[in-house]
Structures are given as C-alpha cells and as structure tokens.
Design a protein around this ligand. Structure first.
Ligand code: JFZ
Length: 447
C-alpha cells in the first residue's frame, strides 16, 4: 500500500514535471506585458523645454526639411549653435513648479496607455535625476531636492503602468568625450571610452538600481553610431542591464545598425509604420506634432482620429504605438496634446478590447479600409474587424472561412444581423455607425 502510494506519487511527479518546466519563467515572460500593452506614453522633457524651439530670435522649423531631415526642439543646442556655457546655464532656470507626476500619469492612464517612457537623459547630457557621476543634473537646478523620476515611478505604480527611461548612451554633448553630431569632428575610440566608462555605463546602472525600470530606451541611428557603438560596447551595455535586472527590456536602437539577437524588441524609425509583421515584438515611437520636445510654435498637431488609425494599424500587425508629448518647462502638459490624449482615451473606452492583449489576424488580408485583430480566451476566439473609414454601404461582406456564432458592434454592444453569402458573411451595420467618420469595430465570436 505504502509502496504503491509512493510509486504513484513518483509517477505523478514525472507527469507534472514537464508542465512545471513550461510554467517556469522563460526569458520571454518579461515581454508579456509589452506585447499586451499596445499603447504607451513617451515624454521628452529637459533643459531644451525652456527654449521651446526658439533661441536668439530664431525658431526651429516645424516640418521636415526638403532634404528629408528634421530639426527637433530637443536638438536646439546643436541646431541653433548655442555656446556650451550658455546652454549649461539653462540649468539655473529649470524650475518646473507645476510638475505633478500624478497628473501626468493619470492623463496617460485615461488615454488608455499602459506604459510610460521619459527622457532620463537626452543628447544634451542633462540628467533629470540626481546623478553621482555628473553634476549636470537636477541638482544644478532650483528644483533640486525633488526626485522627478521617483515621483513618476510612484505614480506609475499607483495607476498600474509599466515604466521605462530613454537614455542617450551614445550622444552626449556635455561630456567632453561623448558622441557629438556628424557635422562636428568625430570622437576617437579611446576618448569615447572615457565617456562610456565614466558616465554612460555608470548612469545606466544608477537608473536601474534606483528606479528598477521595466524598459530602457536607448538611441542610435543608421551607420553614424557604428564607429563608437561597436558590438563589444553594445554587448557590454546589454550585459550590464541583464546583470542588474531580470525584467528590464532593451530596445533595438541600442545599436540600430546592428542590434544583435539579445535585444527584446524592435524600435521602428520615428513615425514609421511597417506594412508587415516583424520578427520580434516591436513599437513605433511617434510624435503628436512635428517635434518631440516642447516647441511653442509647432502647430502641426495630428488629429486624434489619425493617431488612432496608427495605433490600430500597428496593433493589427502585432506592434505597439509609443506616442510622445513634450511638456512645457513649468511642468504642465500642452493642452492640444491633452485634448488628443483624452479623445483617444474616449475611443479606447469602448473599443480597447479590440486592441489590448490581441494579436494579428491573418486569415483575411488587410486593406487600406479594414484591418483585423484577434484574441483567444479559454476556448473562445474573437476576431475584431476595424473599419478605418466610412463604408460605401452599410452592408459589410467579409471573406471569412471560420463560422461565426455571434456578431456585434463593439462600441455599443448591439447585436448585428448577419447572413451567409457565397463569398463569406454579410453583416448589416446600423447606418449611423457605417457613416460616423470614426473607427468602428465589429466583434465576431467564432464558433
Ligand atoms: C532620436 C533623437 O535624436 C530625437 O531627438 C528623439 O529623441 C527621437 C525619438 O530619437 O532621433 C532619431 C533617431 C533615429 C531615427 C530618427 C530620429 N531613425 O532611425 O529614423
């Protein structure tokens, strides 16, 4: 009896073991939240926000230049050639008395965003936190004593958002050996190593040890970074992050020219929307107007409808949308941006189910007008049909092979009549929904 029992326990252990093995944390578990999230907030904020795109009577262009390049407000020091000492002195003016971490993150939460990424240090080299390896940081400002990143992290925890930091590991215009723009004499490798070991790696370590981020957003582009961000340095930085954190995700821009296999997700070019699925999880960093950082004369705000279409399109290809806002120097968010966030949040209130925790659906080819997402829950399978523009008639015919048990308009939950036709199923939309100029989602429950 005893032996038998012991025997069956042993058999049981062997039966259960493979299952336990599968449930053990795999390296990709840390990516689950990212793949479910789909929508995040990006923030560019720093000393450049004080200038708001203008300096010495000149204003940065607010559109792409004829040569295809862009001048962003956070690049003002280089673009409008502000002398180093003068730029450095901006620190004495950085006093964001209206900064309210709770209000920012509440805004992100209400917009339907699931994560938050802020420029802990941009190319200018200024650290938004109190850094031990550089005095070009929050400690040099009238705002010293406030832990901006800590307050944001606390708010993210309160509202349930994941959080990460943009860290410019390559360009650093304040450090005498950090990388500088291509039109200036390049740093040599030995000099750059001093910046790398003396500021870049130590600051990344500080960010992880102090704030335990879910993501680090590194930034390089094209071939320009190749000479200094070598595979050896890339791997050194990846190893550092991995040695300090089990969960911290690393983006592909750590070495855009050669990201290697050890990054966690791909970062598209700015405002770039791929037509295809990607080999890894991915996201598009995007601006609401032209610039990233606050620019008082950049009026090129995209409509919330346009931005929702980017979000939906990315979701239909398994990708995320990291949408940026550039707060003002006083810490307040620009109202045109807030308005758009709220409009997007309003749409997601009734349609978010078709975005979060979904994956791409391939059985029907997407078109300019209609894209698809899908979701499996237990033994249920749902397909979401996103109508990106108004229909020409309120009869929607879908070449669907699967059998549909139930069909509804996601916004209201009303059941939609459907009939089988030769080419698939035909669904009748209420006229108001067919022509209401927003994205309507039809939810199909498959049999
Ligand atoms: C970089 C920064 O220079 C810029 O200020 C901003 O932070 C943005 C998010 O990232 O700019 C880039 C980097 C890469 C590309 C374009 C702009 N790219 O690969 O297309």
């Amino acid at each position: 009896m005893r032996i038998k029992k012991a025997g069956s326990i042993i058999i049981l252990i062997f039966l259960v073991m493979p299952v336990l093995g599968q449930e053990k944390a795999t390296p990709n578990d840390k990516l689950i939240w990212f793949e479910e999230a789909r929508f995040g907030m990006f923030v560019h904020w720093g000393l450049y926000s004080i200038l708001g795109g203008s300096y010495g009577g000149r204003t940065m262009p607010d559109t792409t230049l004829p040569n295809g390049k862009s001048w962003y407000a956070e690049w003002i020091q280089q673009r409008l050639e502000i002398p180093n000492e003068e730029y450095r002195a901006l620190a004495k003016k950085f006093n964001p008395v209206n900064f309210d971490a709770d209000a920012w993150i509440a805004e992100a939460k209400n917009a339907g965003m699931k994560y938050f990424v802020i420029t802990a240090k941009h190319h200018d080299g200024f650290a938004l936190w109190d850094s031990e390896v550089s005095d070009f940081d929050i400690g040099a400002t009238p705002f010293k004593g406030r832990d901006i990143l800590g307050e944001l992290v606390a708010a993210c925890k309160k509202y349930g958002l994941h959080y990460g930091f943009y860290y410019s590991h390559w360009q650093d215009w304040e450090h005498p050996q950090g990388a500088i723009p291509y039109w200036k004499p390049a740093r040599n490798d030995a000099d750059f190593e001093k910046y790398w070991k003396g500021k870049s790696l130590p600051q990344v370590k500080e960010l992880i040890v102090r704030y335990d981020p879910d993501m680090l957003w590194f930034d390089t582009w094209d071939e320009e970074a190749k000479e200094l961000i070598t595979p050896k340095r890339r791997d050194e930085l990846i190893d550092l992050v991995r040695s300090l954190s089990q969960k911290c995700l690393i983006n592909g821009r750590i070495a855009m020219h050669d990201p290697g296999n050890d990054i966690d997700f791909l970062e598209m070019m700015d405002n770039a929307y791929p037509k295809e699925m990607q080999q890894k999880p991915w996201q598009t960093p995007a601006t609401m107007n032209h610039t990233w950082a606050y620019h008082s004369k950049d009026f090129n705000w995209k409509s919330s409808g346009q931005m929702l279409r980017y979000l939906v399109n990315n979701a239909s290809k398994g990708g995320n949308y990291l949408l940026n806002i550039g707060p003002k120097a006083d810490g307040s968010l620009p109202l045109p941006g807030v308005r758009r966030l709220r409009e997007m949040g309003a749409w997601l209130l009734t349609n978010g189910e078709a975005i979060y925790k979904t994956s791409a659906f391939h059985d029907i080819s997407p078109t300019q007008e209609i894209v698809y997402t899908q979701k499996k829950e237990g033994n249920k399978k749902y397909v979401y049909v996103h109508l990106l523009s108004d229909l020409t008639s309120n009869q929607l015919v879908l070449p669907l092979k699967e059998e549909v048990a139930y069909c509804e308009l996601l916004d209201t939950g009303e059941s939609l009549p459907m009939t089988l036709v030769d080419t698939g199923i035909s669904i009748k939309l209420p006229t108001r929904a067919a022509y209401d100029n927003s994205i309507n989602v039809v939810k199909l429950t498959l049999k």
